[in-house]
Ligand binder design. Structure first.
Ligand SMILES: [Zn+2]
Length: 94
């Protein structure tokens, strides 16, 4: 998982999730307080995972799911993506 680029302190799962939920808010290191911003690649990846992919899978006319089910699946998917996102997003010092 992501570490501070200056002092190698590991960011907490919670800190990263909080950053994502607050619209990619920069993370301050807990020990040296340097500010890290999410990389644009991670940002694009997250957008693809939370919008493009579920659109293709859930809103697929061939599967013909009911709208309630599609919405429920979509919400579950987004929760899952945000849940595991701290494993793959990258942050770097501004
Ligand atoms: Zn640090």
């Amino acid at each position: 998982m992501q570490k501070c680029q200056k002092c190698s302190t590991q960011f907490t799962w919670k800190a990263i999730q909080k950053s994502l939920l607050w619209g990619y808010k920069p993370i301050s290191c807990s020990s040296c307080s340097s500010t890290h911003e999410i990389s644009s690649l991670s940002r694009i990846g997250l957008v693809l995972f939370t919008t493009a992919m579920p659109m293709l899978l859930v809103f697929n006319p061939i599967l013909d799911l009911r709208i309630e089910l599609e919405t429920a699946l979509y919400i579950l998917w987004v929760i899952l993506v945000i849940g595991i996102a701290p494993l793959f997003v990258k942050y770097s010092i501004k």
